[in-house]
Design a protein around this ligand. Structure first.
Ligand code: MTE
Length: 314
C-alpha cells in the first residue's frame, strides 16, 4: 500500500483496512510472524490480581460459529500506530508497555479522574463473548473476547444527564508506536459512540481473548469491541474516555468524512463509495458470505436506530 503523509492524502486514498490481497501477498512472502503475546505478558502482581483470568464465565450473545484461529487473530491486524501493513502490529507492538497504564475519565461524569489499570479492572467479573468482527473492507473474523460491559464501567463514574456521547482516545507515544511518526491519521486515534450505543449490553471492554490477556497487537491492555459496527469503531489501547453533550468526531470520519460516518453500522444496504458492503470473506474461508444487517446483531441493536435514515446516518 502506498503511504502518503496526511497533507498529500485525498479521501479516496484512505482506508481503515487494507485490501484482502495484501494478506495473500503477506502469506506468500513467508515472513515469520512474531509470536502472539498470549501468556507471555509481564503483568504486575496488582494488575494480575485485578484481572481475574481464572474466573472467566461464558457471557451472553456469543455466536456458535467457528472461531478464527488464534494465529490469524493475532497476526492479521489493523493497528495503524504500529504501521499500516497487516503484519506490522504483530511485529512491532511488543514494544508497548501496557503495565503500568492509566485511563482518564472526564467530562459529564460525577467522578472524573485518572484511574490506574487496577482501579479500572478490579470490580469487574470477566466474561467470554464470542463475537463476529466485520472490517469495513470486507473481511471478518469470529473472536472469543474476554471482557465486561462498557456500561458497567461507565456507570461507576456516574454519568450526568448531559452525557449524550462517549469519546475514546488511544495512547500517543511515538517512541513506542512507530506508526505515529507518520501522519497517516491525525493522532491520537479517536472514536465515539452515542450514549445508548455505549450502554447497550453488547458493547464490551475487552481485556483478553482466547482466555488470556490481550496481545498488544489486539489493543492491550483495554480496548472497545462494538460488534454491530465496522471494525474501526473498536478502538484499541484506550487511555482517555470522555463523556460529552455533543457528538465527537472519529479519526476515520475526520480523514474521510464521505467514506466513514460517525455511526458506521455494518449495513449491506449502504455501500462504501468505492466498494460494496454486501458480502464478506471470513478469514480462513474462500467463498464469500452475505453480510448481515448490523453484522447479525439486529435483535439487540435495531431499536437504537428506529426511525433513522441509515443511508444518511452511515
Ligand atoms: N484502534 C487503534 N487505536 N488504531 C487502529 O489502527 N484499527 C481498527 C480497530 N481499532 C485501529 C484500532 C480497525 S480498522 C480494525 S478492523 C480493528 O481495530 C481490528 O482489530 P484486530 O486487529 O484486533 O482484529
Amino acid at each position: 500500500m502506498l503511504i502518503k503523509i496526511a497533507t498529500d492524502l485525498n479521501e479516496s486514498d484512505v482506508t481503515p483496512c487494507e485490501i484482502y490481497q495484501q494478506r495473500r501477498r503477506f502469506l506468500q512472502s513467508g515472513i515469520a510472524i512474531a509470536g502472539a503475546a498470549i501468556g507471555g505478558s509481564l503483568l504486575s502482581p496488582d494488575v494480575s490480581a485485578a484481572l481475574q483470568l481464572g474466573k472467566i464465565t461464558p457471557g451472553p450473545f456469543s455466536t456458535d460459529e467457528e472461531k478464527t484461529p488464534l494465529d490469524d487473530v493475532t497476526s492479521y491486524n489493523n493497528f495503524y500506530e504500529f504501521g499500516v501493513d497487516k503484519s506490522d502490529p504483530a511485529r512491532y507492538a511488543h514494544k508497548l508497555v501496557t503495565d503500568p497504564w492509566s485511563v482518564s475519565i472526564s467530562g459529564e461524569v460525577g467522578r472524573p479522574g485518572t484511574y490506574t489499570l487496577e482501579d479500572i479492572l478490579k470490580p469487574h467479573a470477566l466474561e467470554e463473548r464470542i463475537y463476529r468482527l466485520r472490517c469495513v473492507e470486507g473481511w471478518s473474523m469470529v473472536i472469543p473476547w474476554v471482557g465486561f460491559p462498557l456500561a458497567d464501567l461507565l456507570k461507576r463514574f456516574e454519568p450526568t444527564s448531559k452525557a449524550k456521547f462517549v469519546e475514546f482516545e488511544t495512547l500517543v507515544d511515538k517512541k513506542q508506536m512507530p506508526g505515529q511518526r507518520r501522519r497517516v491519521l491525525d493522532w491520537p486515534y479517536r472514536e465515539g459512540l452515542r450514549i445508548d450505543e455505549a450502554m447497550n449490553p453488547l458493547t464490551l471492554i475487552a481485556v483478553g481473548l482466547y482466555g488470556d490477556v490481550l496481545p498488544n497487537q489486539n489493543g492491550a491492555p483495554i480496548r472497545l469491541v462494538v460488534p454491530w459496527k465496522y471494525g474501526f469503531k473498536s478502538i484499541k489501547s484506550i487511555v482517555r474516555i470522555r463523556l460529552r453533550g455533543t457528538q465527537p468526531t472519529s479519526s476515520w470520519t475526520q480523514s474521510a468524512p464521505r467514506e466513514y460516518g460517525f455511526y458506521s453500522n455494518v449495513n449491506p444496504g449502504v455501500s462504501h463509495p468505492r466498494w460494496s458492503q454486501k458480502r464478506e470473506r471470513r478469514i480462513g474461508e474462500w467463498r464469500k458470505r452475505k453480510t448481515l444487517m448490523f453484522n447479525g446483531y439486529q435483535e439487540q441493536v435495531a431499536s437504537l436506530y428506529a426511525g433513522m435514515d441509515l443511508k444518511k446516518y452511515y
